[in-house]
Design a protein around this ligand. Structure first.
Ligand code: CP
Length: 334
């Protein structure tokens, strides 16, 4: 039998995603559930986290299971991912052993591994999570690599709570926002995927064509539009993009052509601080909601007024991480 992983929502059918969302809604209504009784999950963090770590640990506990948290290179041995490498450098063991040994101990393995931000042609291969999926004999869950599928589900759950189950006809703006450093494109890739998957009219708003996302995710989005309806538009004009929007989802990310030479990207980024989500832009929307995956730098990415307004559903979305991840874990061990 083929092992089922949760690496990308694109690998799961709409019916399966809807079932996860139904289960997440049930978990939100009631904490009851012992689907992980006697089972365990290893959470491997190659990068920091607040929400993901807390919600996975608590989710496993609430389902009767146990979570083991590891930070390779910090509290666990540094791991080698290259095949055939002579390991005479910093790494102490190979993912081939790590994934197989953990599979003897636990029932699920979850991995957070951000890009290195030096060479997008390498980062886009998403080697770390695919190596775990290759060698593990238990299901592997993506806790954010170059996409963030758990965030996608939490986001859709929050939107369905506000607008109802059918999101067709909603104008969805995925807006780039300023951040002093170039950030991962994962949440932006994910937002594009899931918003088009649920048939919304999606506008990707970014400073210049260089900030358009990787062709893989643009192609997924176009294929999703063809299959599910809705639309996909690219805009560099905040005024027209925000006008009539029902959803504004903000994220900052580094422009792909500048990977490894970020000093050249910085002047472009710095010239677009006005992409901040503020009350004036939100006033152009059709009573739109605002969200962000968090963490968020206030008054850099979005103003205090936006974050503290009733239109902000970022806290609901963060809460939903717990519910959707419980649904994912329960589905993968069933
Ligand atoms: N949104 C999210 O994944 O938050 P953390 O980075 O805190 O886990």
């Amino acid at each position: 039998m083929t092992l089922r992983h949760f690496l990308s929502t694109q690998d799961w059918s709409r019916a399966d995603l809807d079932a996860l969302l139904d289960q997440a809604a049930a978990f939100k209504r009631s904490k009851a559930g012992r689907q992980l009784e006697g089972k365990s999950i290893a959470l491997l963090f190659f990068n920091p986290s607040m929400r993901t770590r807390t919600s996975f640990e608590l989710g496993a506990f609430q389902l009767g299971g146990h979570a083991v948290v590891l930070a390779p290179g910090k509290d666990a041995w540094p791991i080698e991912f290259d095949v055939g490498s002579v390991m005479d450098g910093e790494t102490e063991e190979h993912v081939a052993e790590v994934a197989r040994v953990l599979s003897r101990y636990v029932d699920l393995i979850a991995v957070r591994a951000f890009p290195k931000f030096q060479d997008w042609s390498i980062d886009r291969q998403d080697r770390v999570i695919h190596a775990f999926a290759k060698y593990a004999t238990v299901p592997v869950i993506n806790m954010e690599t170059i996409t963030h599928p758990c965030q996608e589900l939490a986001h859709i759950q929050a939107l369905q709570e506000r607008f109802g189950r059918d999101l067709h006809g909603k104008k969805y703006v995925l807006t780039w926002t300023y951040h002093p450093r170039p950030l991962n494109t994962a949440v932006a890739n994910s937002a594009l995927q899931i918003a088009t998957r649920y048939g919304m009219d999606v506008t990707l708003l970014c400073p210049t064509p260089e900030y358009v996302l990787d062709s893989r995710y643009m192609d997924f989005a176009r294929a999703n539009v063809a299959e599910n309806g809705g639309s996909l538009t690219i805009s560099h004009d905040p005024q027209s993009a925000y006008r009539g929007a029902h959803v504004v989802y903000a994220k900052s990310w580094g422009a792909l052509p500048y990977f490894g030479r970020w000093a050249d990207e910085k002047p472009i980024r710095d010239a677009h601080k006005h992409f901040i989500v503020d009350e004036a832009k939100m006033a152009l929307t059709d009573h739109g909601v605002f969200s962000h995956c968090l963490p968020l730098r206030r008054n850099v990415k979005a103003t205090d007024a936006v974050m503290d307004s009733p239109a902000c559903i970022a806290i609901d979305e963060a809460e939903n991480r717990l519910h959707v991840q419980k649904a994912v874990m329960a589905a993968l061990v069933s």
